[in-house]
Design a protein around this ligand. Structure first.
Ligand SMILES: CC(C)(COP(=O)(O)OP(=O)(O)OC[C@H]1O[C@@H](n2cnc3c(N)ncnc32)[C@H](O)[C@@H]1OP(=O)(O)O)[C@@H](O)C(=O)NCCC(=O)NCCS
Length: 185
């Protein structure tokens, strides 16, 4: 383990995203590793092509909000936290209450593979399960994103099945129950 790998995660913090972060998210949308995580379309040149980041960030609510991860004050990644039962787009369809759904992406390529994503997930899972009404957290990586599956499974998520979202995104849904997360902490 290198020095930076062992020290850096200590100084990572998650803060709420603000409308001032829209430019950052637009920049990260152009990163090839982010595009590959969001779509299987080999011709895609932007990740969250339908996202109007100014609007998304201004519309933050208890059922859908974004977090920015900073390492020593430098923004390096983003997360979305939603209540899939209540969030207004109905992305997850008919799904039970008492869940949270997470999305995660690291922006700068030099921040990949250094343990920051693991630290972000640990902090976000603690945040989700701090609400006693939450009994599990779900996540929807593309079925093709084997690196992300390994990443989630190391955190304790288990695959629960393949599902097509938005009629086009072939995903392998993963889930972690509160009891499994608490047993690992
Ligand atoms: C997935 C992701 C958040 C993990 O964060 P990270 O800081 O790179 O990961 P860590 O250093 O904590 O852990 C390393 C693991 O992350 C995964 N990983 C590393 N680079 C990755 C990449 N470009 N894409 C997906 N997963 C990656 C691998 O499982 C890796 O484990 P390995 O060493 O066995 O290969 C980050 O790689 C990323 O933002 N990838 C692109 C976006 C994405 O795939 N998001 C998830 C889709 S829902």
């Amino acid at each position: 383990m290198t020095l930076s790998r062992s020290l850096s995660p200590e100084s990572l913090r998650l803060r709420p995203a603000t409308p001032a972060d829209a430019g950052l998210l637009r920049r990260w949308d152009e990163e090839p590793h982010v595009i590959r995580a969001v779509t299987d379309d080999p011709g895609a040149s932007t990740a969250f092509v339908d996202a109007d980041w100014d609007e998304e960030l201004a519309d933050a609510s208890a059922v859908s909000f974004y977090l920015i991860a900073e390492v020593d004050g430098r923004p390096i990644g983003a997360m979305q936290v939603i209540d899939p039962h209540l969030e207004p787009t109905g992305y997850w369809g008919d799904i039970e209450p008492g869940l949270r759904a997470l999305d995660i992406w690291i922006g700068p390529t030099d921040a990949l593979g250094r343990g920051f994503g693991t630290q972000m997930m640990q902090q976000a899972l603690d945040l989700c399960f701090a609400d006693p009404a939450v009994h599990a957290v779900v996540i929807d990586p593309l079925n093709s994103n084997a690196d992300a599956h390994r990443f989630y499974q190391r955190l304790g998520f288990a695959p629960v099945g393949r599902r097509l979202f938005n009629d086009e995104d072939d995903c392998l849904v993963h889930r972690i129950a509160r009891s499994d997360w608490e047993a690992r902490r």
